[in-house]
Design a protein around this ligand. Structure first.
Ligand code: AMP
Ligand code: ZN
Length: 116
Protein backbone atom coordinates (compact mmCIF):
# COMPACT_ATOMS: atom_id res chain seq x y z
CA UNK A 1 0.00 0.00 0.00
CA UNK A 2 3.06 2.26 -0.28
CA UNK A 3 2.80 5.42 -2.36
CA UNK A 4 6.09 5.80 -4.29
CA UNK A 5 5.85 9.60 -4.11
CA UNK A 6 5.16 9.76 -0.36
CA UNK A 7 7.94 10.90 2.00
CA UNK A 8 6.57 9.01 5.01
CA UNK A 9 6.11 5.78 3.00
CA UNK A 10 9.81 6.13 2.17
CA UNK A 11 10.64 6.46 5.89
CA UNK A 12 8.59 3.30 6.61
CA UNK A 13 10.50 1.49 3.85
CA UNK A 14 13.87 2.77 5.14
CA UNK A 15 14.54 4.66 1.88
CA UNK A 16 14.68 8.01 3.70
CA UNK A 17 16.53 8.16 7.04
CA UNK A 18 14.75 9.17 10.23
CA UNK A 19 15.47 8.99 13.96
CA UNK A 20 13.15 6.10 14.67
CA UNK A 21 12.13 5.68 18.32
CA UNK A 22 9.63 2.83 18.02
CA UNK A 23 8.77 0.14 15.49
CA UNK A 24 5.28 -1.25 16.06
CA UNK A 25 3.38 -3.98 14.27
CA UNK A 26 1.24 -1.41 12.48
CA UNK A 27 3.08 1.86 13.14
CA UNK A 28 6.48 3.53 13.07
CA UNK A 29 7.45 6.47 15.33
CA UNK A 30 10.27 8.90 14.62
CA UNK A 31 11.41 12.34 15.79
CA UNK A 32 10.07 15.36 13.93
CA UNK A 33 12.85 17.01 11.90
CA UNK A 34 11.67 20.46 13.09
CA UNK A 35 10.66 19.89 16.72
CA UNK A 36 8.15 22.25 18.31
CA UNK A 37 8.60 20.91 21.86
CA UNK A 38 11.26 18.94 23.79
CA UNK A 39 9.32 15.81 22.83
CA UNK A 40 8.02 15.94 19.26
CA UNK A 41 7.54 12.50 17.76
CA UNK A 42 5.46 11.52 14.73
CA UNK A 43 3.60 8.22 14.86
CA UNK A 44 2.53 6.97 11.44
CA UNK A 45 0.83 3.85 10.13
CA UNK A 46 2.94 1.57 7.96
CA UNK A 47 0.11 1.68 5.41
CA UNK A 48 -0.51 4.84 3.43
CA UNK A 49 -3.63 6.83 4.34
CA UNK A 50 -3.77 10.55 3.55
CA UNK A 51 -5.37 11.55 6.86
CA UNK A 52 -7.12 10.28 9.99
CA UNK A 53 -10.62 10.38 8.53
CA UNK A 54 -9.55 8.29 5.55
CA UNK A 55 -7.85 5.75 7.83
CA UNK A 56 -10.99 5.54 9.98
CA UNK A 57 -13.15 4.97 6.90
CA UNK A 58 -10.96 2.30 5.33
CA UNK A 59 -9.15 0.46 8.13
CA UNK A 60 -11.18 -0.22 11.25
CA UNK A 61 -8.87 -0.52 14.26
CA UNK A 62 -5.88 1.29 12.78
CA UNK A 63 -6.48 4.50 14.73
CA UNK A 64 -6.78 2.49 17.96
CA UNK A 65 -3.33 1.04 17.30
CA UNK A 66 -1.99 4.49 16.43
CA UNK A 67 -3.28 6.05 19.65
CA UNK A 68 -2.06 3.11 21.77
CA UNK A 69 1.39 3.32 20.18
CA UNK A 70 1.46 7.12 20.57
CA UNK A 71 0.77 6.65 24.28
CA UNK A 72 3.62 4.12 24.52
CA UNK A 73 5.89 6.72 22.93
CA UNK A 74 4.72 9.29 25.51
CA UNK A 75 5.51 6.82 28.32
CA UNK A 76 8.94 6.08 26.86
CA UNK A 77 9.62 9.82 26.53
CA UNK A 78 8.52 10.42 30.13
CA UNK A 79 5.73 12.86 29.24
CA UNK A 80 2.68 10.70 29.98
CA UNK A 81 2.30 11.98 33.54
CA UNK A 82 3.05 15.65 32.88
CA UNK A 83 0.75 15.50 29.85
CA UNK A 84 1.15 15.47 26.13
CA UNK A 85 -0.80 16.62 23.11
CA UNK A 86 -1.80 14.33 20.26
CA UNK A 87 -2.43 16.31 17.06
CA UNK A 88 -3.79 15.23 13.68
CA UNK A 89 -3.58 18.19 11.33
CA UNK A 90 -6.15 17.50 8.63
CA UNK A 91 -6.07 19.55 5.43
CA UNK A 92 -3.70 22.25 4.23
CA UNK A 93 -5.77 24.95 5.95
CA UNK A 94 -5.04 23.30 9.30
CA UNK A 95 -1.33 23.06 8.58
CA UNK A 96 -1.09 19.56 7.11
CA UNK A 97 1.95 19.43 4.85
CA UNK A 98 2.58 15.67 4.57
CA UNK A 99 -0.41 13.71 3.31
CA UNK A 100 0.40 10.42 5.02
CA UNK A 101 -1.47 10.18 8.32
CA UNK A 102 0.67 11.12 11.31
CA UNK A 103 -0.03 11.81 14.95
CA UNK A 104 2.18 14.49 16.46
CA UNK A 105 3.11 13.59 20.07
CA UNK A 106 4.08 16.87 21.73
CA UNK A 107 5.22 17.25 25.32
CA UNK A 108 7.94 18.25 27.72
CA UNK A 109 6.80 21.87 28.06
CA UNK A 110 3.62 23.75 28.89
CA UNK A 111 1.24 23.68 25.94
CA UNK A 112 -1.07 26.64 25.43
CA UNK A 113 -4.75 26.40 24.61
CA UNK A 114 -6.16 27.21 22.14
CA UNK A 115 -3.33 26.19 19.78
CA UNK A 116 -2.23 28.75 17.21
P1 AMP B 1 2.01 18.33 9.27
O1 AMP B 1 2.39 19.78 9.05
O2 AMP B 1 0.98 18.10 10.34
O3 AMP B 1 1.66 17.65 7.96
O4 AMP B 1 3.31 17.65 9.86
C1 AMP B 1 4.37 17.22 9.07
C2 AMP B 1 5.57 17.18 9.97
O5 AMP B 1 6.56 16.39 9.34
C3 AMP B 1 6.20 18.54 10.25
O6 AMP B 1 6.18 18.79 11.65
C4 AMP B 1 7.62 18.40 9.70
O7 AMP B 1 8.58 19.05 10.50
C5 AMP B 1 7.81 16.89 9.71
N1 AMP B 1 8.75 16.37 8.73
C6 AMP B 1 8.84 16.68 7.42
N2 AMP B 1 9.82 15.98 6.83
C7 AMP B 1 10.35 15.17 7.80
C8 AMP B 1 11.40 14.20 7.81
N3 AMP B 1 12.10 13.88 6.73
N4 AMP B 1 11.67 13.58 8.99
C9 AMP B 1 10.99 13.90 10.11
N5 AMP B 1 9.99 14.80 10.15
C10 AMP B 1 9.68 15.43 9.02
ZN1 ZN C 1 2.61 7.38 2.50
Amino acid sequence: MADPDCLFCKIVEGEVPAEIVRQGERTVAFRDINPQAPTHVLVIPRDHHPDAASAAAHDSGLLDALVRDAHEVAVAEGVDETGYRLVFNTGAGAGQTVFHLHAHVLGGRGLNWPPG
